[in-house]
Design a protein. Structure first.
Length: 196
């Protein structure tokens, strides 16, 4: 229910439910269980999206620590946790802190999932967006291009087998191909002189 409310943008209603889920998992499984890490991550994401960065950050950090301890430092859930913490750091302009987290997330995903996995495309795109925020357009471009290439290959191979929800996930204007294409087109002229 909390996730449904969150997806609808009903953050005020979702927050106590995420907090309750966290308390239930902690009591049932103990404070170091991966499900607790997932509950921490869910609550942190809601807080981040509300702009409550100082509340969200320690939850992301605790989630990451639990995943690393319980699953090992090379697990895909660790990569996701690194990615989420990096997104918060990027939002607050802490690019120097975010970059090594995104690079590590990418390395874990490439090793654990393979270089053509959609989650690798996500990591590449997130790293490219960070580099773009820093004004490193030339450095960002190959990451955008590789992300787009993986995404297009994945879509062309799997579109017929995808659920409608998966199709929307990959084609959504906010998170799918359009931002990648717009970034590549904008970078075609290359560099900081481009208009935004």
């Amino acid at each position: 229910l909390a996730t449904l409310l969150y997806d609808k943008g009903s953050y005020a209603e979702a927050r106590p439910l995420f907090a309750r889920a966290l308390a239930i998992w902690e009591k049932a499984l103990g404070p170091e269980h991966p499900r607790v890490a997932t509950a921490l991550n869910n609550l942190a994401t809601l807080l981040k999206d509300q702009g409550s960065y100082s509340e969200a950050r320690p939850l992301y950090e605790r989630s990451l620590a639990i995943y690393e301890k319980a699953l090992g430092p090379e697990h895909p859930d660790v990569a996701q946790s690194l990615n989420n913490l990096a997104a918060l750091l990027r939002d607050i302009g802490s690019y120097a802190e975010a970059r090594p987290l995104l690079e590590r997330s990418l390395a874990i995903r490439e090793k654990a999932l393979g270089p053509e996995h959609p989650d690798v495309a996500t990591s590449l795109n997130n790293l490219a967006l960070l580099l773009e925020d820093e004004g490193s357009y030339a450095e960002a471009r190959p990451f955008f291009e590789r992300s787009l290439s993986i995404t297009l290959r994945h879509l062309s191979r799997n579109l017929d087998d995808m659920t409608e929800a998966d199709r929307f996930r990959y084609l959504d204007i906010q998170t799918g191909l359009k931002p990648l294409l717009l970034n590549l087109v904008a970078m075609q002229g290359s560099g900081p002189e481009r208009g935004e």
